[in-house]
Design a binder for this molecule. Structure first.
Ligand SMILES: Nc1nc2c(c(=O)[nH]1)N[C@H]1C(S)=C(S)[C@@H](COP(=O)(O)O)O[C@H]1N2
Ligand SMILES: [Mo]
Length: 254
């Protein structure tokens, strides 16, 4: 036993194990302190557009990346009509609480300050109609394959000579009472699957689903599909957006 040479490797390795353990422990401690400090720092930052500033900065960064890679030629997957839900979920009633009447309702399109088009439901129905069945996704985590129809917003803008407006960066939409409002980046607004929608399951929209006209914008989450459009306008600044003001992603693409 005595003349057996001690195994140097073993001796060194057990020392190394202790050293490494201490080092790992210290590093882990530093990591925890760092994470805690970062968390505290984020919490101390002022709010910006509904979110703590560093988080808002991250959302803005994501938006810059994703809107640059966004390709209007890429279509959202469509499904056969037979797969569309018959009982369509209703979510979000902001801006829908007043009564609405087809005779008096108008889609107000602000072409420029003091120059507003006032369109009836009939005016919109005269334009080429497109159906879409797609997987409607809400940011709250549910999704449902649903069937909608209306005029593509791009066709509508071409028909009403809104070429200059389509060069601007955003479309803003508001309910007639202005209690729900969204901003849409122009490439998504002009995407071929974006509709000024007036039918669900081949019937006029139910009141709680946006009668007479809502937005259907398959490239975005549900928050952007504004029900009961009252006013449309165009802007190079980000239009006010109900859920972005409450901390959600402004771009809200998926
Ligand atoms: N006017 C209005 N539009 C709205 C909302 C709302 O509260 N008010 N909620 C949005 C949200 S969060 C979702 S998921 C969809 C739901 O559409 P649905 O009720 O037809 O399923 O509508 C969107 N459009
Ligand atoms: Mo939603």
């Amino acid at each position: 036993m005595n003349d057996q040479p001690s195994l140097p490797v073993k001796t060194v390795s057990s020392k190394a194990v202790i050293r490494n353990s201490i080092l790992s422990f210290v590093l882990f401690g530093l990591f925890l302190v760092g994470a805690w400090a970062t968390f505290k720092w984020i919490k101390r930052q002022p709010h910006e557009a509904g979110a703590l500033r560093p988080l808002r900065k991250t959302l803005d960064f994501n938006e810059a990346v994703f809107s640059n890679v966004f390709d209007t030629a890429v279509l959202v997957k469509e499904y056969p009509v037979s797969q569309a839900a018959k009982r369509v979920r209703v979510n979000g009633m902001d801006g829908l609480r007043d009564s609405v009447n087809e005779e008096t309702w108008r889609l107000k399109v602000i072409r420029s300050p003091g120059d507003t088009l006032q369109l009836t439901l009939e005016d919109i129905k005269k334009l080429p109609k497109k159906d879409i069945v797609f997987d409607f996704k809400c940011i709250e985590g549910w999704d449902q394959v649903t069937h909608w129809a209306g005029v593509p917003l791009k066709t509508f803008m071409q028909y009403y000579g809104l070429g200059m407006q389509s060069k601007m960066k955003y479309v803003g939409l508001q309910t007639p009472d202005k209690k729900y409002y969204v901003g849409i980046d122009m490439p998504s607004a002009l995407h071929p699957q974006t509709l000024l929608c007036y039918e669900m399951n081949s019937k006029p929209l139910p009141i709680n689903q946006g009668f007479p006209v809502r937005l259907i914008i398959p490239v975005k989450y549900g928050i952007k599909h504004l029900k009961r459009i009252g006013t449309m306008f165009f802007s190079n600044d980000k239009p006010a957006d109900f859920w972005a003001e409450r901390g959600y992603d402004y771009y809200a693409g998926h």
